[in-house]
Ligand binder design. Structure first.
Ligand code: GLN
Length: 488
């Protein structure tokens, strides 16, 4: 038995029946990290000693049977390096926070700790979650496990690569405009962006507060649903968190058929000139589900062409405001200067990378007097139109099916100096953040060149249920999600 290829469900069963100990499981995954992470650079830090100690504690508890343990107790998880863990270096991939130590646990960390999950380490990411390839990390890029000359996608590229290479069974990421789904797609794993407000953002470093959302990455939809059920809870410390949440795992994963499922194919997502392999792969998902009883119809989301522009304007504005706090005085990196102004300038000039500076400048411009109405307010109005498109479409269908990414994984360096091309790689994912709806990416085929292709399902707000229903059913009759990179 290869421990690293077991699903979360299988690991949980074997731990509960004591066929495996948490120490064995944790060691098996640590061995994978030791073997492969030098090449992949998915982790920024590995908590080897602590992980083993925690695993032993869980094993002791289980042997005594004194305390009731959570279903995922003793199972390893990777955490994106922008989610606070008390006492650990949390940098958001930036020089600005190179030596910043988490002052407290984020709410999701607190809950997973209570559950008894084992934190294996923090995963690499684009600086302050800005990018689509994990090349913007101050600490160097992560490589795609399917081909190490390719990017893993971003910004949760470390989390996606760590799952794809079976260095952890599951990981947490954050998604502002696609940062969970797009790397999941490029690395051939499953990723969920929950509904905005579903998962507490307390302790997540803010980039664009009205889009940011924490979510799970894993190898199959069932594992994702399980982890989601643990973190989708009400939290008073996040004012945007939904108060009434009643997630019952059995209901999430209970239904094994799709005869009542209505699937919409938005015509604006399948246009002339798009990548033919990706188009065919996603249409094939629709075909397969239709043959099994689902209804498939074409629908329209007419404001789609404006989504990317609206997304980036809102993002620049909110990010420029959120990143004001890095002034060289309160947090992290600080540079010398003759006076206060110079301290600010030197600190921000040296502490932030090029993409972060670009966004701060554009955001500051768009929020300035005279431009606020022309750009920011307009973008908010477009956001409402886009959200309304989605709500209209969900009167007719339960889920929408689209590609996750317009291209498969590209060469490291290929788009690095071309920010506009890089922004275009988010074209299919940003709308879900604008509309605050949940969206799931799952592997649905491989390209001729052997790289994963992802399909995306979107559903109405707080209806992750239909995403899981569609995704789990699809995975029960196909095996794309079972493919693993050879890593030789
Ligand atoms: N690629 C998108 C961006 O650069 C998404 C970022 C994210 O989701 N954190 O903004």
């Amino acid at each position: 038995m290869q421990i690293h290829s077991l699903s979360l469900h299988e690991l949980s069963q074997k731990l509960q029946t004591k066929e495996l100990s948490s120490k064995e499981v944790t060691s098996a995954f640590l061995d994978r990290i030791k073997k492969y992470d030098q090449r992949l650079h998915a982790f920024l830090e590995v908590f080897e000693q602590e992980a083993l100690e925690e695993a032993s504690k869980i094993d002791t508890k289980r042997c005594r049977d004194l305390e009731s343990l959570g279903a995922l107790a003793g199972i390893p998880i990777g955490i994106k390096n922008n989610i606070l863990i008390q006492g650990k270096k949390i940098t958001a991939g930036s020089k600005m926070l190179e030596s910043y130590i988490g002052a407290y646990d984020a709410t999701v960390i607190e809950w997973l700790r209570e559950e008894g999950m084992i934190f294996m380490g923090t995963t690499n990411m684009d600086e302050f979650a800005m990018g689509s390839s994990t090349e913007n990390s101050f600490f160097g890029p992560t490589k795609n496990p399917w081909n190490i000359s390719k990017v893993p996608g971003g910004t949760s590229g470390g989390s996606a690569a760590s799952v794809a290479a079976s260095m952890v069974p599951v990981a947490l990421g954050s998604d502002t405009g696609g940062s969970i789904r797009q790397p999941a797609s490029l690395c051939g794993v499953v990723g969920l962006k929950p509904t905005y407000g579903r998962v507490s953002r307390f302790g997540l470093m803010a980039m664009t507060s009205s889009f940011d959302q924490i979510g799970p990455l894993g190898k199959n939809v069932q594992d994702i649903a399980h982890l989601f059920s643990l973190i989708a809870r009400a939290d008073k410390r996040d004012a945007t968190n939904a108060i009434n949440q009643d997630i019952i795992l059995d209901e999430l994963i209970g239904k094994q058929e799709i005869s009542d499922l209505r699937i919409g194919l938005p015509k604006e997502y399948f246009v002339e000139g798009m990548d033919e392999e990706i188009k065919q792969a996603v249409l094939e998902v629709a075909n397969i589900l239709e043959k099994q009883g689902a209804t498939v119809k074409e629908i329209s989301l007419p404001h789609t062409p404006y989504a990317l522009a609206a997304y980036y304007i809102i993002l620049f504005c909110e990010a420029s405001s959120n990143l004001e706090r890095f002034d060289g005085i309160r947090y992290g990196f600080s540079s010398q200067g003759k006076n206060l102004m110079e301290v600010y300038e030197q600190t921000r000039g040296q502490g932030f990378g090029a993409e972060v500076k670009r966004r701060i400048m554009l955001g500051t411009f768009a929020l300035s007097k005279g431009y606020y109405d022309a750009y920011y307010r307009k973008a908010l109005q477009v956001r409402t139109l886009i959200k309304n498109d989605f709500l209209e479409s969900f009167k007719e269908v339960d889920v929408l099916l689209t590609p996750t990414s317009p291209s498969i994984a590209w060469d490291i360096g290929e788009k690095f100096n071309d920010p506009l091309t890089m922004y275009l790689s988010d074209i299919y994912t940003v709308s879900a953040n604008l509309a605050t709806i949940p969206a799931l990416s799952l592997p649905c085929r491989f390209s001729k060149s052997g790289l994963p292709i992802g399909a995306q399902f979107m559903a109405r707000p707080f209806d992750e249920y239909h995403l899981f229903q569609a995704g789990m059913f699809y995975q029960s009759i196909t095996d794309w999600h079972k493919q693993t990179p050879s890593l030789v």
